[in-house]
Design a protein around this ligand. Structure first.
Ligand code: AMP
Ligand code: MG
Length: 508
C-alpha cells in the first residue's frame, strides 16, 4: 500500500469558501480592501532539502512521507488552494495599517477526521502583503521557530506547531543587527500547523477601515468554525465568546510566566485568536530571573514586551480586540464585562501556576506575599530561573545549600534565602506537592544559547545539535541524566552578550 502523502490528505478550504477574498490572484504588494485573503502561489526554490521533521505532527495529520517538493512549495498537491491572509495590527502600540501574511502562505486546511488543521509555509515567497520585504525566511529563524514551537507544545503551552523544516538552497540577504552590514544567509521554510492563523489584527483591519460587513462575516465564521457552542447573534453571545478568548489568552501568558518565556513582539498581529503562542521571532528564555528583560533589541529602549509585562500587554492587546468587535454590539458598554474577565482569568491561571510551581496544594490568602518575596529574592542574587525551580522541587530541607547551582553569584545571601525557605517550608507543612512541582518546573528549556549552538552547526550543514535538542525537548520534565552536563546548565560566559543569545532583532 502506498504511504500516505500530502496529496492523499483530505484538503478542505473553509476559510476561502466562507469569507470574502481578493478578486485578484497573486500580484505585487498592494492594499486589498474588503478581503480576508488573497490567493497566491509559493515561489519555487532551487534546491529544497528536508532537515527537520515532526513525526508526531505528521501522525496527527495522518502523513507517512515527507515530500520536499510540497513542503517547499515547489509543487502544489491536488486539493491545496494556497492563500495569504490579510490582517492589520498595532505594532509597539501604534496602528500599522495593513500587514498580512508577507511571507507565510497557507497551503490549505486538512480534515484529519478528528479536527481540521491549517498548514502554512513560512518563507515561501512574496505575497500582496510583503510590502517592501522579500517574502523569505532565513535558516536561523526557522530553526528557532521549529524547535521552540515543538518545545512549547511538550511543555504544555498552547502553541502553533511545526511539521517540517526545509532548506531552500537559496541565499537570503539580511542585516541582522540593522547596522548596515547585510550578508547572505541560507534560506529555509518551516511548515507550521494550527487550527487557524487568525489573529486579533485579522478583525482590527476591517473595523479600522469601517468595513463592518466583512468584520461581521469574519467574526461569525471564526466562531462557527473554531468556537463551537458559542453564538454571535446577540451582545451576550459575543461577550461570552470574547471571554473565552480572554481565558485562552491569559492561560497561555500564565504558562509563559511559568516557564520563563518572553515572546518579544506581542503586537496585535501576533496575538492568535485561539490564544496560541504564535510567530516565533526575537523570543527568548529567561536565564537569570529578570522581569525587565526582553530579548528584542528593537524594543531595548521602552521594553514594552519585557518578561514581567506580558500579562499587561496582553490586556492592552485584548482591549484592541474588544474595540474591533464594538461595531457589532448593540451596546458596546457590555465589552467591559469581557475586559474584567481578562483580569480575573489571568489571576486564576497565574495563582494556579504558582500553586504548582511551589507545591502549595491550593491557593491560600497570604500566598501572594510568599510569591512576591520570592520574586524579589530571585532578583537580588542573579539566579537561573529554570535551575532554581527544578532544584526547589527536589529540595529535602529548607536550606539554600541545595540551591547553590542556580546562582550565578556564589555569594548569594544565605540568611535571607533561608528565611524565605523556612516560610515556604512551614506553609507546605514540610511536604511540598513534589509531583505538581516536577510537572510545572521544566528541567530543560530552549535557552537562547542552545538554539544558537544548533544554528551555528546547521549553518555548516550539521543538524546533529538541532536533533539532539529536539529529542531532549520532547520530554522537558523528565530527568535525562545524559543531557545534564551540556544542557541543564547556566548560560555560558560566551553567550552573555552574543548576538542571537542575549540580543535578537526582528530580522528573520
Ligand atoms: P513579524 O514581526 O514577523 O510578526 O512580521 C510583521 C509583518 O511583516 C507581517 O506582516 C509579516 O508577514 C511581515 N514580514 C516579516 N518579514 C517579512 C519578509 N521577509 N518578507 C515579507 N514580509 C515580511
Ligand atoms: Mg507576525
Amino acid at each position: 500500500m502506498a504511504h500516505k502523502s500530502l496529496s492523499s490528505l483530505n484538503w478542505v478550504s473553509r476559510f476561502l469558501d466562507e469569507t470574502p477574498g481578493d478578486g485578484l490572484a497573486g500580484g505585487g504588494p498592494r492594499q486589498v480592501p474588503g478581503a480576508c485573503w488573497s490567493r497566491v502561489k509559493p515561489e519555487p526554490m532551487p534546491n529544497p532539502v528536508l532537515r527537520m521533521w515532526s513525526e508526531e505532527m505528521a501522525s496527527e495529520l495522518g502523513l507517512e512521507v515527507a515530500e520536499e517538493g510540497l513542503l517547499s512549495g515547489n509543487r502544489i498537491a491536488t486539493g491545496m488552494d494556497p492563500y495569504a491572509q490579510r490582517y492589520g495590527g498595532h505594532q509597539f502600540g501604534t496602528w500599522a495599517g495593513q500587514l498580512g501574511d508577507g511571507r507565510a502562505i497557507t497551503l490549505g486546511e486538512v480534515d484529519t477526521g478528528e479536527k481540521i488543521l491549517e498548514l502554512q509555509l513560512k518563507g515561501s515567497g512574496k505575497t500582496p502583503y510583503s510590502r517592501f520585504a522579500d517574502g523569505r525566511a532565513v535558516l536561523r529563524s526557522s530553526i528557532r521557530e521549529f524547535l521552540c514551537s515543538e518545545a512549547m507544545h511538550h511543555l504544555g503551552v498552547p502553541t502553533t506547531r511545526a511539521l517540517s523544516l526545509v532548506t531552500t538552497g537559496e541565499d537570503v540577504v539580511r542585516d541582522i543587527m540593522y547596522d548596515g552590514s547585510p550578508a547572505p544567509e541560507p534560506g529555509a521554510i518551516v511548515c507550521r500547523v494550527a487550527e487557524s492563523f487568525i489573529r486579533f489584527g485579522s478583525f482590527q483591519i476591517h473595523t479600522i477601515s469601517g468595513d463592518n460587513q466583512t468584520l461581521r462575516i469574519l467574526v461569525d465564521n471564526t466562531v462557527k468554525q473554531h468556537f463551537p457552542g458559542h453564538s454571535t447573534d446577540t451582545d451576550e453571545g459575543l461577550i461570552e465568546w470574547l471571554k473565552e478568548v480572554a481565558d485562552r489568552t491569559t492561560l497561555t501568558i500564565a504558562h509563559w510566566m511559568r516557564v520563563g518565556f518572553v515572546h518579544g513582539v506581542m503586537n496585535t498581529d501576533n496575538m492568535s485568536i485561539h490564544g496560541l503562542t504564535i510567530d516565533y521571532g526575537p523570543y527568548g528564555w529567561l536565564e537569570d530571573f529578570d522581569p525587565d528583560w526582553t530579548p528584542n533589541t528593537t524594543d531595548a529602549g521602552s521594553k514594552r514586551y519585557k518578561f514581567g509585562q506580558q500579562a499587561q500587554v496582553g490586556a492592552w492587546n485584548y482591549a484592541r480586540l474588544l474595540d474591533s468587535i464594538a461595531p457589532l454590539m448593540e451596546d458596546p458598554e457590555g465589552l467591559y464585562q469581557a475586559l474584567d474577565s481578562y483580569y480575573d482569568a489571568y489571576q486564576a491561571h497565574s495563582s494556579r501556576m504558582w500553586v504548582e510551581k511551589l507545591g502549595l496544594g491550593e491557593f491560600r490568602s497570604g500566598d501572594e506575599v510568599l510569591v512576591t518575596e520570592l520574586e524579589s529574592m530571585l532578583q537580588m542574587s542573579e539566579t537561573d530561573m529554570t535551575i532554581f525551580f527544578r532544584l526547589l522541587s527536589a529540595i529535602e530541607e529548607p536550606n539554600v545549600n541545595g540551591l547553590r547551582f542556580a546562582f550565578y553569584d556564589e555569594e548569594a545571601p544565605v540568611d535571607e534565602w533561608n528565611a524565605w525557605l523556612d516560610k515556604w517550608w512551614i506553609r507546605v507543612g514540610g511536604s511540598p506537592d513534589r509531583k505538581a512541582m516536577m510537572g510545572a518546573n521544566p528541567k530543560y528549556v530552549l535557552r537562547n544559547w542552545m538554539a544558537q549552538l544548533a544554528i551555528d552547526a546547521a549553518e555548516k550543514e550539521d543538524y546533529s545539535v538541532a536533533s539532539e535538542l529536539y529529542e531532549m525537548l520532547k520530554r522537558p520534565y523528565d530527568d535525562q541524566p545524559d543531557c545534564d552536563e551540556k544542557w541543564f546548565n547556566k548560560r555560558p560566559e560566551w553567550a552573555r552578550n552574543r548576538v542571537g543569545c542575549s540580543m535578537l532583532s526582528c530580522s528573520s
